[in-house]
Design a protein around this ligand. Structure first.
Ligand code: ATP
Length: 608
């Protein structure tokens, strides 16, 4: 009986699963089928294999009857050998077919999940920044990995198990009735006798496991709370040692009683199954004996053996089919969850007829731009400014005022909620998205590096760049000295997310990366985190000449960066509160003056 603890835990629905039972509709089934459809030829072959192997799997049981009657009882040696050979041959054949079936089955499942995974990945790539900031990263990865792997299980086991078990059952019942209808009826009636207790025992054990799990979580909770650095301190300072000890002792005791119950339930489970599985055959022998001895039926010893053997072959399929409903609900829930992701609309996409301009000047204009992340709180209100090709603008303002948001709107990481942003006079939403993003380079506060070498990270921006080009960009970004000092030079590993580099090195490397991309518009989101003055100066020396020759937006926190810009926009609470050049703004005595006095002003910079 294939019902280990794993089988059991999968045999019942949790409360959560019961509450979220998916609605099975025709469109859902059609949609699932559309993923299977491309493999219909293989599926037909699998189906044939399943039918063949199920029938052939039962044949040896039928042959046993003839071995007994025609071979042994008739004392016919030749017949006995033939039947034994045929029986062994059929068993071998059935098993060989199962090998083919399992290969094909896995092949189909792997191909379906391959298609689904690729589709999911492609879809997720197109999702907006908003999707990634609002959804839990763990959830996204779970959809990609375990949910789609679940589909694999559905195809290899759920669908096949429904089919092969049903066929085995039907064929077994037909053969039984052809052998002897009275015994067959007894056999069929006896089935609930072993399925009901099995299910009952399984359920009890499953519930105990769930309780034990809960108890275990509670224990972990207590340990985490009271044995952590700050937790134990709290316990000590409030003198709660005895209280916590009692709490721990109580759950701990509950745990051992649950464990004891669970292992005993396992024992009882075996007793019940063993008893009831032998009741069936005994009943068949008894009724068969009565028919043979009292009613002179032409039933033979072989016939009774066949019926007993067939009954034995029915336990497994009946139990699996009883679990099928649970498997089915889970599978449908799985597909529903995956489809929910597929159906999430792509928010930022190309317009119907996207324009790809032949060349770009780099004039950016914001006209009455409004923006909100959640359609409730307005982050930007009526933003108007123009950035002429070759010029640079510094955005300054208190933290959270909306500076990075302005920058994110230009490559369409988000779309405006009102107003327009134009590039060389054209609404950016009418431009080809890939082209637009090609024109914009962002050096963000949090620089991201893939785990690889410096060279690989740089080539991400320009795959065909030569080492000379890479080093030239690094020189401009003021990171060449660092690279030359490394033993492996450009082939130095940056570590996971670039963790082997300092903040300043990472920033300069990402400046080099953007320079390789050579965008028409450069956005530099200056890190607020304090770097030491040497690192800062290196970045400044890198960025200042670049700004001079390029259309750029600088989100600035340091005076030297601000001074390098042609115009300063002071953002406060999502509006442009002040604008102008440094000297005028300082004199005006508004937000800028405040920021200058609290943040930007550093005597050493002023003197320099
Ligand atoms: P800082 O100087 O600290 O980087 P900032 O001026 O660049 O700040 P933004 O990052 O543009 O500020 O954020 C403006 C406002 O929008 C903040 O109140 C922030 O909480 C909110 N915000 C930023 N990103 C998101 C997001 N993805 N979803 C929802 N709200 C966001």
């Amino acid at each position: 009986m294939a019902m280990g603890p794993r089988g059991m835990s999968r045999g019942y629905l949790t409360e959560e699963e019961k509450a979220n039972r998916p609605k099975v509709t025709l469109p859902l089934l059609k949609r699932i089928f559309s993923y299977l459809a491309p493999y219909w030829k293989q599926m037909i072959l699998v189906l044939t294999f399943i039918v063949l192997s199920s029938i052939m799997g039962l044949l040896p049981s039928v042959l046993t009857g003839r071995i007994i009657d025609e071979g042994l009882i008739n004392r016919d040696m030749r017949m006995l050998i033939i039947l034994i050979v045929v029986s062994l041959g059929v068993t071998l054949g059935a098993n060989l077919i199962r090998v083919g079936e399992s290969y094909l089955n896995n092949w189909i499942a792997q191909h379906i999940t391959y298609d689904m995974r690729n589709k999911m990945y492609r879809h997720l790539q197109q999702m907006s920044q908003k999707f990634f900031t609002t959804n839990n990263q763990g959830d996204i990865i779970t959809r990609m990995t375990s949910d789609i792997s679940g589909v694999e299980r559905v195809v290899t086991s759920t669908f096949t198990s429904i089919l092969s078990n049903s066929i085995t059952l039907i064929v077994a019942v037909i053969i039984m009735f052809r052998e002897n209808w009275i015994l067959a009826t007894v056999g069929v009636l006896v089935i609930p006798l072993f399925t009901i207790p099995t299910r009952w025992a399984g359920k009890t054990r499953w519930e105990l496991t769930q309780d034990a799990q809960e108890c275990n979580d509670e224990i972990n909770g207590i340990l985490n709370e009271t044995l952590s650095v700050s937790g134990q301190l709290l316990v000590k300072l409030f003198g709660k040692e005895d209280y916590e000890y009692d709490r721990y002792k109580n759950v701990n005791y509950r745990m051992i009683s649950l464990n004891l119950k669970e292992s005993m339930a396992g024992r009882w489970f075996m007793v019940i199954i063993n008893t009831f599985s032998s009741v069936g055959p005994m009943l068949l022998y008894l009724v068969g004996g009565i028919l043979m001895m009292k009613y002179n039926s032409d039933l033979t010893v072989g016939d009774i053996t066949v019926l007993v053997a067939l009954l034995g072959k029915m336990y497994g399929p009946v139990n699996s089919l009883l679990n099928i409903q649970v498997e089915w609900i889970r599978s449908m829930a799985l597909f529903t969850r995956i489809f929910e992701y597929y159906d999430m609309p792509v928010e930022i996409k190309n317009s119907e007829n996207p324009v790809t301009p032949a060349h770009v000047e780099g004039n950016v204009a914001f006209k009455n731009v409004e923006f909100s992340y959640d359609n409730e709180r307005k982050i930007l209100k009526d933003i108007n400014f123009e950035l002429k090709s070759g010029q640079s603008i510094a955005l300054v303002g208190p933290s959270g005022s909306g500076k990075s948001t302005i920058a994110n709107l230009i490559p369409r990481l988000y779309d405006v909620c009102g107003g327009t942003i134009t590039l060389d006079g054209a609404d950016i939403r009418s431009l080809d998205l890939a082209w637009l993003r090609d024109q914009v380079g962002i050096v963000s506060q949090e620089t991201y590096m893939f785990n690889g070498t410096i060279k690989e990270n740089l080539l991400y921006a320009k795959p065909d760049a030569t080492d000379e080009e890479l080093m030239a960009a690094c020189k401009k970004a003021n990171i060449d000295d660092f690279i030359l000092k490394q033993e492996k030079g450009l082939d130095t590993m940056v570590g996971n997310r670039g963790l082997k580099l300092s903040g300043g090195e990472k920033q300069r490397l990402s400046i080099a990366r953007v320079l390789l991309k050579d965008p028409a518009i450069l956005i530099f989101d200056e890190a607020t985190a304090s770097l030491d003055s040497i690192s800062e100066k290196k970045i400044q020396d890198a960025i200042n000449p670049i700004i001079e020759s390029r259309t750029s937006i600088l989100i600035a926190h340091r005076l030297s960066t601000i001074l390098a810009a042609d115009e300063i926009l002071v953002i406060r609470d999502g509006v442009i509160a002040e604008r102008g050049v440094h000297a005028d703004l300082v004199k005006a005595g508004g937000t800028y003056t405040e920021l200058y006095e609290t943040q930007f002003y550093r005597p050493e910079e002023e003197n320099a």
